[in-house]
Design a protein around this ligand. Structure first.
Ligand SMILES: C[S@@+](CC[C@H](N)C(=O)[O-])C[C@H]1O[C@@H](n2cnc3c(N)ncnc32)[C@H](O)[C@@H]1O
Length: 270
């Protein structure tokens, strides 16, 4: 189940997301998707749920100059941030779009990308059908999903700390949505229901590095829809809740530069 607040990335969220969360957890996976893209040498690429553009920056750097690259997201404030950070924003076609209802003709692209976005779709099979429709024969859909929260230690520690701050009604966004869809059997069955026949699922482990314990706390508490959940539970304030999460991270991982494990799955469907 995706709560209505879970898909709202607006207000201060896009900037904090891009400044804090992207370098912490998204950049390494974006580089992985860019390498997979380069290996396919596609002529037309559609990216959905592109957020603040970490994949767009990595992929634009490896695409042939003649290849078309259309970058979309449900929330225009995320795309605004993405366009403002792109080296050559005119290289990319930016367009607000719901992945469940893509405004493109059938057989328009040969590659569709989606980084850590499908867990936000209220009907994934419908979104995957849309992927299949806009991809031509032989096209590829490459996307990634997070493993369970216990395998993603900074997210897990922040969630545990906030459960102590709000014991009567713990904010559950991270466990429910980004880390709530880790059953690889379901990925396969949903893709097959949408008409994909060849599905490959690969776990990808990485190490998340933060300059200090405040970084993961700010990233998750203020740069994701978790912020909206915390603000709805006031008091304590967003700043106090973030400070409590910082203390918990310091206690578990130490001070100064800290590292933690993360794991995602990269799914390729043809
Ligand atoms: C965790 S962010 C991932 C963003 C980006 N791909 C990245 O790697 O940083 C999830 C994104 O999904 C977008 N989103 C949520 N629901 C969507 C939908 N139905 N269609 C398209 N994008 C959606 C949000 O606006 C947000 O930018």
């Amino acid at each position: 189940m995706v709560d209505a607040v879970d898909k709202v990335f607006a207000g201060s969220i896009p900037d904090v997301y891009d400044d804090y969360l992207v370098p912490l957890v998204f950049e390494q996976y974006a580089n992985d998707l860019a390498q997979r893209t380069a290996a396919l040498n596609p002529r037309g690429v559609l990216e959905v749920a592109a957020g603040s553009g970490v994949v767009s920056r990595a992929v634009a750097a490896v695409l042939e100059s003649s290849a078309r690259y259309v970058v979309t997201d449900l929330n225009p404030p995320m795309l605004d941030r993405a366009a403002s950070m792109q080296d050559d924003p005119d290289r990319v076609e930016w367009q607000a779009a719901d992945a469940l209802d893509l405004p493109f003709d059938a057989d328009t692209f040969d590659l569709m990308l989606c980084q850590f976005g499908a867990m936000f779709f209220p009907d994934r099979v419908r979104a995957y059908r849309e992927a299949r429709r806009v991809l031509g024969e032989g096209g590829s859909f490459i996307f990634n999903m997070w493993d369970r929260i216990e395998e993603n230690e900074f997210a897990h520690e922040v969630t545990r700390a906030l459960a102590e701050v709000f014991p009567d009604d713990p904010p559950r966004f991270l466990r429910r949505t980004p880390h709530g869809h880790f059953d690889t059997t379901t990925y396969r069955s949903e893709l097959e229901a949408a008409g994909f026949s060849d599905v490959d699922i690969e776990p990808v482990d990485a190490i998340s590095v933060a300059a200090d314990p405040a970084v993961p706390a700010i990233a998750y508490c203020q740069g994701t829809p978790l912020r909206t959940e915390i603000e709805a539970r006031y008091p304590p304030s967003l700043e106090e809740a973030t400070a409590r999460a910082t203390d918990a991270i310091r206690k578990r991982f130490g001070d100064g530069v800290i590292r933690s494990r993360m794991r995602g799955f990269v799914i390729t469907a043809r």
